[in-house]
Write a protein that binds this ligand. Sequence first.
Ligand code: NA7
Length: 544
Amino acid sequence: QKSNSLTDLDAVIVGAGFSGLYMLYRLREAGFSTRVFEAGDNVGGTWYWNRYPGARCDVESIYYNYTFSEELLKEWNWSAKYAEQPEILSYINFVADKFDLRRDVQFNTRVLSARFDEKKNRWNVQLNNGKTVSAQYFITAVGCLSASNVPKFKGLETFKGEWYHTGHWPHEKVEFKGKCVGIIGTGSSGIQAIPVIAKEAEHLTVFQRTPQYSSPARNVPNDPDYLEGIRKNYIEIKEKMRHSITGIPETPRNISVFDDSPNERQRVFEEAWKKGGLLSLSYTYNDLSITPEANEIVAEFIRSKIRETIKKPEVAEKLLPRFYYGTKRTIIDTDYFETYNRDNVSLVDVKKAPIQEITASGVRTADAEYKLDMIVFATGFDAMTGPLFKMDIRGKDGVSLKEKWGAGEQTRTYLGLGTAGFPNMFMLTGPESPSVLSNMMVSIEQHVEWVSDCINYMRDHKQEVIEVKDEAENTWSKHCREIADQTLFTKTDSWYMGANIEGKARGFQIYLGGVGTYRKICDEVAGKGYEGFTLTASEESVVN
Ligand code: NA7
């Protein structure tokens, strides 16, 4: 292994979450000098920042972990079907300790900019401590949902109470007891936090703009025998995960909703509802995310469940979602709708009467004023491109990524892993990869392994620079859009479409062909000597 001099690194990785840590592990194992820069004061990424009450992963814990180390799989036991944030964070810390990863992570350090020096073929990376480091490869492991979005409400700075964003939650305990709390937003974060805060707060007011579909998670503790059985079959399970659609080893039923009678559909939906979990309902029929008529049938089933659960019909009415089911992130919950039957919870429809300003004492909507001691913003993230744009990344000719993909322009990548004009830069879980709509752990392992294989290939073949070709990227981006256009996803305003951020370019930025197909494509590209990329040999090997 080379020296770890900061002016002579092989690779710089931004972010010490699941993807950054595994990238570090792989590159270090292969003998590359590597350094991770992390803004937080510890490892964890998403699971470091999202500490809000009720934060939990909605992919089953047995599938939401690293699979690269058999030893690690043997050593860790998940306590429940869906792991809570503190347990996931302990797991990441356990991994960091086990593989001694921290020694190459510099915490409390934010990457401000990264510029590619075309003369030297190196990335110069500027840190917020005033230092600049240089590396051959620049790898972003910044996550898809890490740039939290607090909408620009008038008057927020005048609010006298406490306020927090779910994605940037304080490390100290937040006390709800005896307080009137307001929460804005009913996406996954809001829906997880609302039942927990409601149990502690004096009063909780939910400011809802778009009612959401949500189905029960049905979380249960993990039985030791169950875990043992999973462990015995893990090789098989892992293969299934890697070749599945979403990275979860489940397969949708290949049957149209119109092939079943109304009674049979009802039975199928009831069974899925009872089973719970992320994919149960959406995997009942194969046309739910394709045709509006099919979608309406499952949508109406969920609405009927909401009506059944909520005691006051006027509250139920406000909670009924009307967009295409599944076209905003699917949500599973524990007692979400039930929470609206509590006396200390009220629901405010801010689509009907929008929030006009935040005052010193609370929130003022178009038709009322709400006195609050605390506001929780569960208002989401500037997804996918947001975390990348927080850094000033400049490739060839000084062109910035933001300029290339900026407002009004479509994001363009090749496989979500690289983008033309930005040589030797790799994005883990980048836009136009399937990652954000998959079990992240499966996507992360695939990305990291592909990138580290590529960097090894470059060294073995004495290549110095790898860059995406324009035509490869145009074809990939077009392919991503064509698949998305065959679905209902593009018909709904969502963060998938960039629609939640004012002024952000609209476009569907996820590859929907499934993680199995994606893996196959990536492997073929590598197998053909990195087809779609231009590889340039190092001068040293040219001289030789
Ligand atoms: P989401 O899913 O983006 O949800 C954000 C919520 O905040 C959603 O209900 C929004 O309503 C609402 N919102 C956003 N801006 C406003 C304003 N200005 N006024 C009122 N309400 C607003 O973020 P989450 O953190 O819940 O989940 C993100 C992902 O993390 C999730 O999908 C999982 O992958 C994990 P809208 O629907 O836009 O009308």
